[in-house]
Ligand binder design. Sequence first.
Ligand code: KG4
Ligand code: ZN
Length: 343
Amino acid sequence: MTKPTIILGLESSCDETAAAIVADGHNVLSNVVASQIKLHEKYGGVVPEIAARAHLEHLLPVLESAFEQANLTRDDIDAVAVANCPGLTPALIVAVTAAKTLAWVWQKPLIAVNHVHSHLQSVLLEKPSECFPALALIVSGGHTSLYHCANPLELKILGRTIDDAAGEAFDKVAMILNLPYPGGPSIEKCANNGNPKAIRFPRSMLDKDSLDFSFSGIKTAVLYHCRGQNMLGEDRVPAMSDQEKADIAASFQAAVVDVLVKKTIRAAKQVSAKSVMLGGGVAANTALRNALQQRCDQESIQLFIAQKKYCTDNAAMIAGLAYHKLKANLLAPLSLEPQAQGA
Ligand code: KG4
Ligand code: ZN
């Protein structure tokens, strides 16, 4: 039997400090995530400087736990991988600096990974499948993108949001409804008791063939619904019943899911895709998972979805994508820098 290729992944692009050890790109030996939700919830979003300071505090304990859980030492590691883009620069720099240092001290190859692209790899963690070529929808807090993927390394962007990302819309609507941060899981929980047909929020499809997304209109529609047209009325949310809030959450979620599913199927048809992959934080949403599954079944398209535990940010997906880069000898120099942007 050949020895597996074992990669240490590090991730600090937003508000999760994460380390994971993954064998052969899919076998997760450990996956440790330190969340900073408590630190940012009072601001209703991530504050980059606070995130960076917390990453500094969490990184070493998270790294040690990853080795402990995997029952491995640094001698077992074949490469060190890190997400160097896109993300908040003060946050990214923590894991990037740690990864460069470890690669240098341990004399291991360094691999730089695009965080958004790695969400695709989360689909294959623990269950490697023959899913390429595929059409992929990545829905996160910062990105909503459709790609045509020939393989894990060849991603061609077909469409992206022209304003808010889907996760960002969930987070902003949760703020409007005074629901706890992060907004996605709060909206989903609240929506479980609501009627998705109670309010018909707009579904922005853009041009007939467009694969781009726009979610700022629906967010504004929720705002006007709660505070009156052009926000000239009183904020009705504090006086709303739980049922009224649940109906708004369910109707908003239904509108976002509707657009995501329609555009994904539109894209799959345009490129004649036989399989669709779904990843990113918003992919944890059960309504989205079920609706896309139903439409893919109707179109005889195979759907591959990340397990819920791997949808939100983690380092296992970083190590997963790094495996393919290592095989292709796509190594990073020790002068690697974080980059805020990256498709
Ligand atoms: O991928 P991710 O962890 O971080 C980024 O790369 O942005 O995604 C975070 C986003 C947040 O906007 C969060 O509200 C959303 O994913 N999210 C959800 C759910 N869980 C997380 N959105 C809808 N339903 C969920 N269950
Ligand atoms: Zn992410």
